[in-house]
Design a protein around this ligand. Sequence first.
Ligand code: XMP
Length: 511
Amino acid sequence: MSHQNVLILDFGGQYNQLIARRVRDLGVYCEIIPFRKATVEKIREYSPIGLIFTGGPNSVYAENAPQIDPAVLSMGVPVLGLCYGCQLIAHTLGGKVETAPAREFGKTATHFNTTSPLFTDLPEEATTWMSHVDYVGKLPEGFESIAHTDHCPVAAMQNLDKKIFGFQYHPEVEHTQNGSKMLRNFLYNVCGAVGDWSMKDYCNTAIAQVREKVGDGKVLLALSGGVDSSVVAKLLSKAIGNQLTCIFVDHGLMRKNEGDEIEAVFGNGDINFVRVNAEDRFLGKLAGVSEPEKKRKIIGEEFIRVFEEEAKKIGKVDFLAQGTIYADVVESGSGDAAVIKSHHNVGGLPDYVDFKEIIEPLRLLFKDEVRALGRELGLPDYLVNRQPFPGPGLAIRVIGEVTKEKLDVLRDADFIFRDEIAKAGLDKSVHQYFAVLTNMRSVGVMGDFRTYDYTLALRGVTTSDFMTADWARIPYEVLDKVSVRIVNEVDHINRICYDITSKPPATIEWE
Ligand code: XMP
């Protein structure tokens, strides 16, 4: 693929992927690598037009603080350091980083020197997003301050000759006014970007690459109906048609009508599409099990078994396709995060299928880009915009033991909730929404009769990355409509609650 490249050196900051997404949104391809791997030789392999150093949690003086080979700063490649990245540049080049008595955090009024190419055509005063204790107290030789706040004399710095810049604030977060324009200025005014990264080009190139790699070989894909595997299926079907076989394991834990919708899109004869109706098998294995992690494990293992049996019927394939996306492969610059839940993606790597090689055509793409590619390929909106759906499906939204009856109750209630959210035009602003069938029953009254039925929980969240989330302020009128419809139209639910916890401390799913 011939396009310019920007390399993002990750120092463990929480916004590393956000920076990358901003850069790509500006039409410039970029990749993230951990700072430890960023040797001069490694950087040269990418032939980057620019480098961006991310923030990070450390102080440059801390023991084991991430460092950078000073030679990286004299490669002649323009550099922009953000927060820790800025301090590291100052520290590495002989400036002085100092610790402020108090942390500067949040929206901060900032004054800019607009003669800098990074602030061209921008106002002299604007709000930036700060999050630091340390700051650059003494500039390295050849540098000048190009922005300041009341508490921070060097909110931004530059060495124009060497094309090295640093921002103490975070231009990538939305709270920084004109942040995207500043990044754009760095890319286009300093690095010489031409904006050659577009989904249309990517799509054509990816199709050509798949054709070349696969030749007349056979490809197998586990299709879950989620955005990623659907886009892979569509891309491969365009590239290699019926050399592709998709196995869709219907575990009976999908939402209402979902299995049929997937079959309608992919089962039209362009590719070999196999739908395995394995509901009985999955429910059999889940019978009597109520512990969440155990349910997840059982489903993951059973999925592999079913997939394996079907794959065996096909015999040897040459390639196994996967919907791995960039967020899954970025290696963080800092340590490993704690495992909260054993996430399972239907389509996880089965190491038992007889194949030669793996193809992962989405490996370089962020989620928004995967959706854009799906649109480019002509997938229907409801597939491209599908909200995340956990691999174990509704089994983790039926609290406690999973039975067919409970699943059907949940499916009907969830369908009404989703329907009303869409009718109210909230399906874009509420990023994930679903119903949970709790394991609790309570007393109610219907007509003149006492009922003793299930309590349903509704969950709606807003989030940018699903790592943290806030509960969605769905208008009362919408919740009211949902509640009235569900208790009237769905048997065995007589009470409905709305989940008003954010993540953390709760998670998005209940199990
Ligand atoms: P939690 O519940 O951990 O969920 O806050 C974060 C996001 O991940 C989705 N999720 C899963 N996705 N396999 C997946 O592919 C899983 O096992 C799984 N569990 C949770 C969840 O829906 C939310 O979007």
